[in-house]
Write a new protein. Structure first.
Lengths: 349, 349
DNA sequence: TACCGATGAACAAACGATTGCGCTAGCCTA
DNA sequence: TAGGCTAGCGCAATCGTTTGTTCATCGGTA
């Protein structure tokens, strides 16, 4: 058990409030130097730490943030979380982590629980379009930020990348390389990144005067397994594509595994582009060409937006980064050293 | 803002305590059916959720656990965390995640913060031998469990694998393959896994009547980068080893990257064994031979030990799993399908 | 001597929930 | 009709802090 203000007060023969003021360096009230020193000594001796629960109840803030993601096992979300913690920790916040596995029900129950816990803010990176739990979030008027994926109704505070442009750049790269039959392992139509990157994929074709083959677009979800599954369908078609844009790096990795199993060489038989530039992408062999986005920064910026809301009661802003193409060997043989260092540009609304 | 008991009490014309009893289904007191129904209706209408902070203060439990690890970006810890959350979530606990980056100072400050927050229990997977913050943990007498790494003084509640045996099996495998110059990229001497796996490495030599070359043992830490660094030193020696046992899969991955850069073929020029069997290990090419340990289970078992302590005031137990060798292509060409499905055995003290 | 202004610290009311205990009213029994 | 039992609910303390207000004391001044 921990020592409390009351106990210290008894030992120092003063009122608990006096101890509290010394411990918090309360500027509103002078304390006699002698008393102050006596109490400070006592605090040091006992290693007193105020009970955060009681403090939270009184001050109405818990100094806890929460991150809601599909799965921490996915390197994208691990990096994102690090960004959040690195932003939150120095400011005295701890961070709760909630995995939803992409299940709306689990997301809902997590958000309910977070609400009951009165966390100071929540960062959601697992939202859907028209997401009822996001709607719930808006209603509560507690600080929140959507990351990576947005929910199309309403202008929620947001940090992410320009997915439309990203999809377009990724596909444009393949077109520039001379590919004309390009496949797309897409995200879900219920998720903003899925919709937009797909739209970018189509836009790149239009710009180049190409006619995309709709049969080459296959919904793949966001995991390596689901990517592999979709890849098997795509690559076993009668007239398979010579290049594929995958909605995320993890899906691209699933695809590359299947291609390897089928004896296809990358990039000679199949060029592959991913999205996100997770750390793993550069360590793969061949290295994965992908759209770089500042994942870690997503997290730290999300925290900043959250704290802005906390401090100024303001409504959250929207920050969108411009993704950057990183060319590696999965599209260009021996490209290892041509991938320039990522420099992501930023746009705030 | 959330609705409180007091407000509901006014609206229902009863005392707050009555609302509380209905909300909690308090068995100790009868409520008139009519009243109960009226209140239940009100609860439903307003979606009342008790303030977790106030509740925590009164009941002296927060329903929050904490996990302290070096870095969630490391797949081992990501899997471990999932184990924890999957064990904790169904029981109504949320989980705080703290990354230390292996820095004792950050560990200390995190643990202090967790103590102030009065979390119900903490899971530490980043402890050192003779760790002052573990000593602190013991002193506080709050529930805690050490995972994967233990601290040699005292018999702390623990979940992990038999690292001595693991190191021995891994090295024994290389010896059986005919290797005689075997290198070891070791962990740190300040970490139990480092010490024990190294000892296992030596024991396997002794058993086989081999004399290990001490120059082939290089301290590599636990990250891919530090592994690569140490690997460069090891492989550039005048008489390099033909096989290496790396203290973790991440270190092995760093090693394999360097080997590739040096134009060495795996396993023909260099056989590699890792430890932990992180998901990544099987997806690598060549697949990584490694010691399988049930990472996810580490987490869920740790939660169980924690809750046992919470419920029965008992002192925590120690659970040690027996690691299993998984043979893949990094030691045996074309071994892809010989790696048997892991079946880990358990020993409880 | 009486009053006044600082100074230093105690008082007490929150924050929102939980829970043992006590009170009231109604009914039954003697 | 008085006493007792019980069902149903209110009372109030408590968890540990924070903070506006009040109170006592003391030195100095008129």
């Amino acid at each position: 058990m921990q020592v409390t203000l009351k106990e210290l007060a008894m030992r120092a023969n003063v009122h608990p409030s006096t101890i509290s003021r010394v411990a918090n360096n309360d500027p509103s009230l002078r304390i006699a130097v002698e008393t102050r020193q006596r109490i400070e000594e006592l605090l040091r001796e006992t290693g007193y730490q105020p009970n955060g629960i009681a403090r939270g109840l009184k001050l109405r803030q818990t100094k806890v943030l929460a991150v809601v993601i599909p799965d921490i096992t996915n390197p994208f979300f691990a990096a994102l979380f690090r960004g959040v913690e690195d932003g939150a920790s120095p400011r005295g916040f701890n961070v709760l982590l909630c995995n939803t596995d992409g299940l709306p029900d689990r997301q809902r129950s997590h958000l309910l629980s977070l609400q009951a816990r009165r966390v100071d803010g929540v960062i959601v990176a697992s939202s859907f379009l028209k997401d009822p739990s996001v709607r719930e979030l808006r209603r509560q008027r507690g600080p929140y930020v959507l990351v990576n994926r947005f929910s199309d109704e309403g202008e929620d505070p947001f940090v992410g990348s320009d997915d439309l442009l990203g999809g377009q750049l990724a596909t444009g790269h393949l077109i520039e390389l001379g590919h004309t039959r390009i496949g797309h392992l897409s995200g879900k139509p219920t998720v903003s990144t899925g919709i937009l990157r797909r739209r970018g994929f189509l836009a790149a074709h239009t710009i180049a005067g190409l006619d995309p083959d709709p049969r080459l677009i296959i919904e793949a979800g966001y995991t390596e397994e689901s990517g592999a599954l979709a890849a098997r369908r795509l690559l076993s078609m009668p007239n398979p594509p010579t290049a594929v844009f995958a909605v995320t790096d993890m899906v691209a990795i699933g695809l590359m595994g299947v291609a390897r199993q089928l004896g296809m060489r990358i990039p000679e038989d199949l060029a592959v582009v991913g999205y996100n530039d997770i750390p793993l992408a550069s360590r793969l062999s061949p290295g994965l060409t992908t759209m770089h986005v500042p994942i870690h920064e997503f997290g730290s910026v999300a925290v900043r937006l959250l704290l802005e809301q906390l401090e100024s009661e303001s409504v959250g802003r929207r920050v969108r980064f411009t993704p950057d193409l990183i060319v590696r060997e999965s599209t260009v043989p021996g490209a290892a050293h041509t991938g320039r260092l990522a420099r992501t540009s930023l746009s705030t609304e």
